[in-house]
Design a protein around this ligand. Structure first.
Ligand code: 5GP
Length: 121
């Protein structure tokens, strides 16, 4: 069954698009975590980063050049932003169709808290 993102890209489900080309599409996250929250998604359905191959390198590079362009178009290139890719369970991935979160438009907040192995005990 097609992923929810494939269905958005195919126009079967509404999406608020900000970018589209032959390799990637980008649209607003349905539940934004920051003032700007865009999902950059390959048109080809690849479940996780663990599934990419050398053949996908052009598309993976395009995700970054699309991010740069979208940030410029949305006026957040100078203030900065964060790009996030989650992978599988430990990475917190919910939708199994690779995507890059572009978040910004305001301070995104601290990176991960410092690693404390004792908290695992
Ligand atoms: P993940 O946790 O997999 O990295 O992120 C999945 C993201 O997809 C979440 O931020 C969630 O809000 C977003 N999302 C889930 N379903 C939909 C949807 O139907 N439309 C859009 N635009 N975003 C969605």
């Amino acid at each position: 069954m097609a992923s929810i993102f494939s269905r958005i890209i195919a126009g079967e489900i509404p999406g608020k698009f900000v970018y589209k080309d032959e390799l990637v599409s980008a649209f607003w996250d349905i539940s934004p975590r920051r003032k700007v929250h865009i999902l950059i998604v390959p048109n080809k359905e690849i479940p996780t980063v663990s599934d990419v191959t050398a053949e996908d390198e052009a598309m993976l590079g395009r995700m970054f050049t699309a991010a740069r362009k979208i940030a410029e178009d949305l006026g957040i290139a100078d203030s900065g932003y964060r790009l996030i890719v989650n992978c599988k369970e430990h990475g917190g991935q919910e939708v199994y169709h690779i995507h890059m979160h572009l978040v910004g438009g305001e301070p995104v907040g601290p990176f991960l808290p410092k690693y404390n192995p004792k908290s695992e005990e």
